[in-house]
Design a protein around this ligand. Sequence first.
Ligand SMILES: Cc1cc2nc3c(=O)[nH]c(=O)nc-3n(C[C@H](O)[C@H](O)[C@H](O)COP(=O)(O)OP(=O)(O)OC[C@H]3O[C@@H](n4cnc5c(N)ncnc54)[C@H](O)[C@@H]3O)c2cc1C
Length: 401
Amino acid sequence: MSGVVIIGAGHAGSQLAVSLRAEGYAGAVTLIDASDALPYHKPPLSKTFLKDPAALPQPLRAASAYKAAGVTRLTGTVTAIDTAAQTVTLHGAALDYDHLVLATGARNRMLPDLAGAANVHSLRDLADAERLRAALADAAHVVVIGGGFIGLESAAALAAMGKTVTVLESAPRVLARVAAPETSARVEATLAGLGVTIRTGFSAGGFTRQGDRIHAVQGAQDTVPCDLLLVGIGAQADTALARAAGIACNQGILTDSHLATSAPHVWAIGDVAETPHWQADAPLRVESVQNATDQARHLARHLAGAAPAAFCTVPWFWSDIGPLKLQIAGLALGADRRVLRDDGARLAVFHLAGDRLVSVETLNSPADHMIARQLLDAGLTPPDAFMQDGAPAMKAWLAQA
Ligand SMILES: Cc1cc2nc3c(=O)[nH]c(=O)nc-3n(C[C@H](O)[C@H](O)[C@H](O)COP(=O)(O)OP(=O)(O)OC[C@H]3O[C@@H](n4cnc5c(N)ncnc54)[C@H](O)[C@@H]3O)c2cc1C
């Protein structure tokens, strides 16, 4: 078949397949995924999808878009890569490639003690979401383990469905790895207002089982009963195929700044790729829709003939937690100072490393988020007073900077 073979039809793989043709790539494009579902948006799975029993997956693009771009979609799990022969194995047969793109995403972490329990769930793909949604009919008290994005989005959705929801987080605050204390506090207060119980500093010490079901989570002081457990403790890159093929991996598949892996003609994009980042000293794995689609578009341009260029964009991310829209632009790595703008309804947290703006978190303040992206893109930092005054002031400052 040759041409470009893409393993994984998630946000990254699907975007790459159509962008290749849009950029003028003339060869064959083959998009392979383990699931036969038309590639779909993942973010709604922990937000709107759970709440509406009739909700359907939202396709990333219509089936006709792949057809129009001449993309061959194949279903099945790729089981091996031979980088010397330039083939992958699908259903026991070898498939040739000129270029191979690994867009295999990530898999959820699971607590080993919970393996095999019938009422334990996690959320990564459509099958997980459908299984969870079906099980919710018989669950009154849901315990969410993990106060990260997916856990908190789901907790808000479940509370809106009338479930009694308890979030157990081992850190002293939710979103501790990814957000400022002010953001965490506002998120915790909002969830509490929705009726969600948040237990921070809670280390799950064990689980009470009856048959194949978990009935309670044991903490240091007490136990928390549950009908259903949702585990949201993060994900790890799906590197198994690459490792078995001898491709260099760390937490993810290592790439250079052009998204090339250690094997000739093999590339990695999206959640699975660990890539040099202009804001960090070491390669990073970034889990976001924007990173996946921007890396796909970047690689498409190169495979279609553009000169190689370093992938370098301002990362941004969003999360909908009940009534809160959390948006983050840039990376807060190395930040040592924060400037706040808080009018009660909206919050903006500006992270600075020395005098340099490196990241901005906002809650229900899209205008601040948009201007923050422009500032980060331009490498500009307004005086504190402009950040405290909000988007119009920063816009005016940027116009004359
Ligand atoms: C519930 C949920 C909510 C999210 N919400 C947000 C949000 O609000 N905002 C945001 O920015 N990001 C969000 N994300 C993260 C975002 O969805 C990911 O960053 C994005 O999906 C990454 O795209 P990807 O293509 O790299 O991986 P994926 O979309 O995970 O796709 C990987 C694909 O590879 C396939 N695959 C793996 N191995 C093989 C194999 N051997 N053979 C064939 N196929 C294979 C898998 O089946 C899968 O379809 C969310 C993620 C989840 C799970």
